[in-house]
Design a protein around this ligand. Sequence first.
Ligand code: HPA
Length: 278
Amino acid sequence: MELMEKLNETKAFIEKRLDGRKPVIGMILGSGLGDLADSIEDAAVIDYHEIPHFPVSTVPGHKGRLVTGMLEGKCVMCMQGRFHYYEGYSMDEVVYPVRTMYMLGIRSLFLTNAAGCVNTAWKPGDLMLIEDHIKLIADNPLRGRNPDGLGARFFDMTTAYDKELLQTAEEAAAVKGLSVRKGVYMLFTGPSFETAAEVRFARLAGADAVGMSTVPEAIAASHMRMHTLGISCLTNMAAGILDQPLNHEEVLETGERVKSSFTSLVREIVRRWPEEKL
Ligand code: HPA
């Protein structure tokens, strides 16, 4: 079946379940932020496995459901659990939910993730607004026949991370008394963490953070000219910076430690999201 045909079926199914709700911001919540979706009011909850053509989440701790309802006065559609390339999904599968959001009329995308900190002047627990990314790997969600119904064959990436939304995020952080970093996120496929040499390479290349998500979604969103904001929770110093091995527990612990400030920042940003981007 053609992509557009699938998307139309997915859209029709979800629309019925939304019961008149009209989401304006799509949100993808990374490790540690999943609970935010539980505080969405008047929520319509749809398990991924119910949705025609949707991939199904396999990561422990990631719930696999789409939660749509009110957050800070805006109707949001929240992915509680995302699809990672390292799980074995194709790029097309990884970005399928973002395309679904677009089909449902959503024009703004809010991405969050956990990432390793490459910048040695920063520390675990810092939050980083994503200004730009580096996709080292060859694969791209737009490789193959272009879905003309979504966007152009060749498309700009200089505006992939919306400048105005970055400013909105900085204002929201200031209001909440939080300091945030701004920097470059570099995608590695995982699931192995990077080597120490790869982290040195990432730093030389201009990266401030390394991670295993977000970039495919940001590319697909840019293809569809959506307004995207991305924030990384820097859960650990990237490999080789400290004299200790990396482990997933540290990622989860730091995520837990900064959850409340990260959540309050995300809420304040949603509250301040510029009307003209909705
Ligand atoms: N590397 C890649 N992804 C990550 C890391 C890391 O150090 N921490 C959290 N996600």
